[in-house]
Design a protein around this ligand. Structure first.
Ligand SMILES: Nc1ncnc2c1ncn2[C@@H]1O[C@H](COP(=O)(O)OP(=O)(O)OP(=O)(O)O)[C@@H](O)[C@H]1O
Length: 302
């Protein structure tokens, strides 16, 4: 398996003295999909700016497919790593959707024919065919988000980085965008990194999770990370709602081998529990149960 990203002992200090990254080492295989979670100020955006070469590390410690991204020209960098920022208004600045999506290919010196082909393909991929002449700033937030993604896809990057892809999206737009991210990774094989605060959505996106808090605090499967409630709390991260529910069920003596992370896993776990109890979940009630339930709910309510 080829290494798509190799970050070794990366440090970053801003000019005002703020240390945002300390000894960060991350390795990502080609085609992998990982989520990076971390509290505000954990260094996610700084890490992404290193990944696309906007910030250049002097020590050759950010390699993209074996090459130092920091020494590449901007045209080379955007073909390798495409970053979809949280706010689409930071990425859309042309009068029409066509102009925004064609901006990268035109700047790379591609022919009009090839540029048109790429624009058509990118808009099709994000479900915005026919939007070529629309004014980006007159579109809905969800549509702008997809137009910003199309503008990145027209460069055909090998690696996609999404900074808070579901922020400010309504449930339908969120589902559409998550499906898009999954399709790009699974069907098109694009190595994908997603930074998300929405822990409830993370398990449906990534199998491997990195917890960042200036440095890499944990790197494991979503099962390992989300069943470690102490780790999440220590790093000021939310516990997914399904994990909270199963923690509370645990106070009643209803336990399962692995903590469910998705609705499907929760349904299977409940099915197993009810089966094990002759058709009914038997909730254990003794003098400690109420106290345990109260303190568990209180813990998650803070
Ligand atoms: N240009 C800058 N100059 C000085 N300090 C900065 C600059 N940009 C970010 N920082 C600081 O670096 C640290 C990491 O910030 P960064 O934006 O990378 O974190 P983040 O994980 O993306 O945060 P958030 O989730 O809030 O977006 C923070 O302490 C932040 O205040």
């Amino acid at each position: 398996m080829k290494k798509a990203i190799e970050i070794t002992n990366l440090n970053h200090q801003y000019s005002d003295g703020t240390i945002s990254l300390e000894n960060v080492s991350i390795s990502v295989d080609e085609g992998e999909m990982i989520a990076i979670i971390g509290q505000n100020g954990a260094g996610k955006t700084t890490l992404f700016l290193h990944l696309n070469g906007s910030i250049k590390s002097p020590d050759k410690n950010v390699l993209i497919f074996g090459e130092n991204i920091g020494t590449m020209q901007v045209e080379e960098r955007i073909c390798r790593v495409g970053v979809v920022f949280q706010d689409p208004d930071d990425q859309l600045f042309m009068p029409t959707v066509y102009d925004d999506v064609a901006f990268g290919p035109i700047n790379m010196g591609l022919s009009k024919e090839e540029t048109d082909r790429r624009v058509k393909e990118a808009l099709e991929t994000v479900g915005l065919s026919g939007f070529e002449n629309r004014v980006p700033h007159h579109m809905s937030y969800g549509q702008k988000k997809r137009a910003a993604l199309a503008a990145v896809l027209s460069m055909q990057p090998k690696i996609l980085v999404f900074d808070e892809p579901t922020a400010n999206l309504d449930p339908k737009s969120r589902a559409i965008f998550i499906r898009l991210i999954n399709d790009l990774n699974r069907n098109m094989g694009i190595t994908t990194i997603v930074a998300m605060h929405d822990v409830n959505a993370v398990p449906s996106v990534a199998d491997r999770i990195i917890v960042l808090n200036r440095t890499v605090v944990a790197d494991g499967s979503s099962q390992e990370i989300f069943s470690d409630i102490e780790l999440l709390e220590e790093n000021n991260l939310e516990v997914p709602e399904i994990c909270k529910l199963f923690c509370i069920l645990g106070c009643y003596g209803c336990t399962c081998d692995t903590v469910p992370l998705t609705m499907e896993e929760a349904a299977l776990a409940l099915d197993k529990m009810t089966g094990n109890n002759g058709g009914n979940v038997a909730l254990k009630k003794d003098e400690h149960t109420d106290e345990n339930v109260k303190s568990t709910i209180c813990r998650f309510s803070l």
